[in-house]
Ligand binder design. Structure first.
Ligand code: PLP
Ligand code: SF4
Length: 385
């Protein structure tokens, strides 16, 4: 057994463990474990500094999780974009391939709680159906191995999947979405990296949310991946009490770059049953973005996105930098709120009011096409999985 597997076995992994380790009431602990499985491996547990700190909030369950009744279990409408159970195919040229339901730490804010932790449906056929689907769709050029955490698979099983994908001629890049560099960096071994590097181009997106997660162990894991020629990006989630603060976020982004990890996305928290206590107003996210851009390296700036409820995909949000237009002059403000004008070239849309909401082509075609009814999200109308 490898070290990381041994560490996993020592996880806080049940309601009973919560009672013994953290003095939870037994009935509450069982209800929380039933709502979403509890698992905290000893490495991540060791990062907690005091009860209720940003590490604690991400892994120790809270009674408020039980209050979110009526919230969707599948907020992103993934199940409706799922041609076979292991695949989510929402965008034209890329798919998510859900290869396992297991994680080395179950994040209390997880969006995919309805699937994660339940391994009953995952077997050889489940995986093979995913590979067959991808092989049958020549427009798919990018496969994102997700889950769960694909690095919960053994190196051998992971290699079977990756080599199966590499045998498909139209697959250009393979990505892994894994939280391991953050939650169990011991998973990144030279055995793993020498396997992965045989299948380039491989990309990894990992998931750090707080500067305290940027430990020497995590740094070493990220550097090993980078040394194997794998570009590593980070997808963070904006969460109340964890990182809803510009100074914390700035520190996180700088630490990530120092570990050779490039910030990629900052997600607005999804509306997920049992996780709404983590949500912050969008204005908080925009304020954080405003305090990053210009104030630090452009490389440290992620895209702030809302993953549209119901399955519209990721939509980027920016603070308002375009203040308006005066004839040919576009009026802008910089990161210090100084005003500048940029003389635009002759614009076919010169008679239209300048709008940042729609690209020029859409503003013009709007007259010809009848306006589509706006989709308004109503939580109770989301189809049950
Ligand atoms: C996020 C996501 C992707 C990948 O999106 P990129 O913007 O290319 O990183 C692909 N499919 C689904 C369903 C996703 O949610
Ligand atoms: S690692 Fe990802 S899939 Fe697993 S519990 Fe955390 S957010 Fe969910």
């Amino acid at each position: 057994m490898e070290l990381w597997q041994e560490m996993l076995r020592q996880s806080v992994d049940s309601g009973k463990d919560l009672v013994e380790r953290f003095g939870f009431n037994g009935e509450l602990a069982e209800r929380l474990n039933k709502l979403f499985h509890i698992r905290i491996n000893p490495y991540y547990l060791s990062l907690i500094r005091y009860p209720g700190d940003p590490i604690w909030l991400q892994c120790i369950p809270d009674a408020v999780e039980l209050e979110d009744d009526g919230m969707p279990e599948d907020p992103l409408g993934e199940d409706s974009h799922s041609p076979v159970p292991s695949i989510v195919h929402r965008y034209p040229d890329r798919v998510l391939f859900l290869t396992t339901s297991q994680c080395s730490m179950y994040c209390r804010f997880c969006t995919r709680k309805r699937k994660v932790g339940d391994s009953s449906k995952i077997n050889m056929k489940y995986i093979q159906d995913g590979i067959d689907y991808i092989a049958s769709r020549p427009e798919v050029r990018d496969v994102i191995l997700s889950g769960g955490d694909p690095l919960m698979l053994t190196d051998q099983n992971l290699e079977k999947i990756i080599s199966g994908l590499r045998a498909i001629p139209h697959i250009e890049i393979i990505r892994l979405g894994t939280k391991m560099p953050c939650v169990l960096p011991q998973r990144i071994t030279t055995k793993l990296t020498s396997m992965l590097r045989k299948y380039h181009p491989i990309y990894i997106n990992t998931h750090f949310n707080h500067p305290w997660e940027c430990t020497p162990e995590a740094k070493r894991a990220c550097e090993m991946l980078a040394d194997a020629g794998i570009p590593v990006g980070n997808q963070a989630v904006l969460m109340k009490g964890v990182n809803d603060n510009a100074d914390v976020m700035l520190e996180l982004m700088r630490k990530l770059l120092f570990m050779r990890v490039r910030p990629y996305y900052l997600y607005q928290a999804d509306i997920t049953k049992g996780a709404n206590h983590f949500r912050t107003p969008v204005s908080v996210g925009l304020e954080i973005m405003d305090k990053l851009r210009g104030h630090t390296s452009g490389l440290a700036i992620p895209y702030y996105v809302i993953d549209a409820p119901g399955g519209g995909g990721k939509i980027p949000l920016l603070p308002q930098y375009v203040l308006g237009r005066n004839g040919n002059q576009i009026i802008l403000r910089n990161y210090k709120y100084d005003i500048y004008t940029y003389p635009d070239v002759e614009d076919p849309g010169k008679n239209a009011a300048y709008s940042t909401a729609l690209p020029v082509e859409k503003q013009f075609s709007r007259k010809k096409r009848p306006a589509k009814k706006q989709k308004v999200y109503e939580p109770d109308k989301v189809p049950e999985p």
